[in-house]
Structure formats: structure tokens, C-alpha cells
Design a protein around this ligand. Structure first.
Ligand SMILES: Nc1ncnc2c1ncn2[C@@H]1O[C@H](COP(=O)(O)OP(=O)(O)OP(=O)(O)O)[C@@H](O)[C@H]1O
Ligand SMILES: [Mg+2]
Length: 252
């Protein structure tokens, strides 16, 4: 049984087939990347996996459980967290508070239970704060814990976003363009942080345009083009794949 298995996954928006019968697997402990030109269907694929919107057909099984038909919070409860293509910091909140939000989501897994125990105990609140602080430490931004998250540099905001996703205690992390908008130094930093997360035993599936990052950190790469999977292999093989070279460099 694969850790995450995507089978014949298909998404149609009216007449547009955004994702066409895509199948691949993710093994535990891997960093797997999905690449492809703009509009290839990468985010659509993530949206179906995380329950953001329904698939037209196909299946997604996570540790043997079918995910299609589940709501995003149900998918999250099973151990999958995600970040979004555009940084979404809650402004007016510190870096620490942003991470604590992710932790509250996790601890709300037993939503009814916590409702009957209201108000949340002081100890619970302190545990959430401690754990969130620990995650900021892991992502090497604890000195910015009490700064308004929206005023941090993009690279630091990205680290806060990763900490917030980790606060949900995922076993699988979906990252949609973690290096978008970052300079080359910040990109290298984020790459190092993603590797650090993988080394904790968390499996990573990422969409990314930055080829140097993808080639550096991925164990395997899936290439999408106009919704179809055109290649799947290790980075060195993908770099030499004639069809992949053609779509990235054009026909000339
Ligand atoms: N909600 C939607 N309704 C209609 N069409 C959509 C919707 N979401 C995406 N699409 C279309 O589906 C196709 C795939 O889009 P998607 O956002 O998945 O691409 P992508 O590979 O993530 O691109 P990028 O690299 O630019 O982020 C595009 O043609 C897009 O316009
Ligand atoms: Mg996208």
C-alpha cells in the first residue's frame, strides 16, 4: 500500500480538462515534486488531494483511506497539511500567533469534546503556545516570534507558514510553490528547511517552478503538461528527458 496513491485523477472545468487521468504514488519519507508550465494543472491537483474542491473522477488514497468526498478539515485530521501558492499570513497577528492558529485547528480535531470543556483550559493554551514556539525554533525564526507576521521578510513569512502547517502535526505536507517570490538566498534557505522537515519523517509533496530547488531536494519528480503526466522519474533523468526539455525550452 502506497503512502499516498493518486489514481486516474481527473478534473474538468466546463469544457476544460485541467487534470487528465493522472496517476502516481508518494512513498513515505520522500520529497516528491510536481512541475510543469503555468496552467499545467498543478494547483488543481493539490486542490483535489486536499479536498478544497471535488475531483471529476479518479481516486486519492492516503494510508489506505479514500480522500475524495472528504472536506479539507477531515483531510487535515487524517494528517495532511498544506500551504498555498500565495503567502497567507494573518496580519495584525505575530508570527507566534500565526503558528498557534494552526495548532488550534489541530486541537479542534475533537471539536465537540473541546466545546463541552469550554473554556479552553489555561494549560491547553500554554501547551499550544509552547509547541508553537518550539516550531518557530525548528524553522529558525524564534527571534521574530513577537513581530507582526505581515512585516517580516518574505523568506521569514514562508518559514512561519511552514511552522503553521507543521502545527497541525501532519505526516504529509503539501507545499504549493514554497519559493514563489523569494530571492535565490531565501530559496536556498527554504530548500534547507524543507529537507529538515523531511528528516523529521514528514513526507513532502511540492509544486515548484524553481528548477534548481526542485533538482536539489526532490527524490522524484512528476511532470505535468496541459493536465497530463508526461514524465515521472528521479531528477537526473528528468533533466535529460527529451519531452521535458521540449516543453521547457520550446520547439525551436
Ligand atoms: N476554479 C477554476 N475554474 C475554472 N478553471 C480553473 C479553475 N482553477 C483552475 N482552472 C484552470 O485549470 C487550468 C490549470 O490551472 P492550475 O491553477 O491548476 O495550474 P498550475 O499548474 O497550478 O499553474 P501555475 O503554475 O500558474 O500556478 C488552467 O487552465 C486554469 O485556468
Ligand atoms: Mg498553481
Amino acid at each position: 500500500m502506497a503512502f499516498l496513491e493518486i489514481k486516474q485523477l481527473h478534473k474538468r472545468f466546463g469544457g476544460l480538462h485541467a487534470v487528465k487521468d493522472v496517476s502516481f504514488q508518494v512513498e513515505p519519507g520522500q520529497i516528491k515534486a510536481v512541475i510543469g508550465p503555468n496552467g499545467a494543472g498543478k494547483t488543481t491537483l493539490f486542490n483535489m488531494i486536499s479536498g478544497t474542491f471535488p475531483a471529476t473522477s479518479g481516486s486519492v488514497t492516503f494510508q489506505g483511506r479514500e480522500l475524495l468526498g472528504k472536506k479539507p478539515f477531515q483531510v487535515a485530521t487524517l494528517g495532511m497539511a498544506r500551504t498555498y501558492q500565495n503567502i497567507k499570513m494573518f496580519s495584525g497577528m505575530t508570527a507566534l500567533e500565526n503558528v498557534m492558529v494552526g495548532r488550534h485547528v489541530q486541537s479542534n480535531a475533537g471539536f465537540l469534546a473541546s466545546m463541552f470543556r469550554m473554556p479552553r483550559t489555561w494549560k491547553e493554551e500554554r501547551d499550544i503556545r509552547d509547541k508553537s514556539m518550539e516550531l518557530l525554533g525548528l524553522l529558525e525564526i524564534e527571534e521574530h516570534a513577537h513581530i507582526d507576521a505581515a512585516s517580516l521578510a518574505f523568506g521569514q513569512q514562508r518559514a512561519v507558514e511552514l511552522a503553521r502547517a507543521l502545527a497541525m502535526e501532519p505526516t504529509l505536507l503539501l507545499l504549493d510553490e514554497p519559493a514563489a517570490g523569494l530571492n535565490i538566498y531565501e530559496t536556498a534557505e527554504v530548500g534547507r528547511l524543507i529537507t529538515k522537515i523531511r528528516d523529521l519523517g514528514i513526507t513532502v509533496l511540492l509544486v515548484e517552478h524553481d528548477m534548481s530547488l526542485v533538482m536539489d531536494i526532490s527524490d522524484e519528480i512528476v511532470v505535468l503538461c496541459f493536465g497530463e503526466k508526461i514524465a515521472e522519474d528521479v531528477p537526473t533523468a528528468i533533466q535529460q528527458d527529451p519531452e521535458v526539455i521540449k516543453i521547457y525550452l520550446g520547439e525551436e
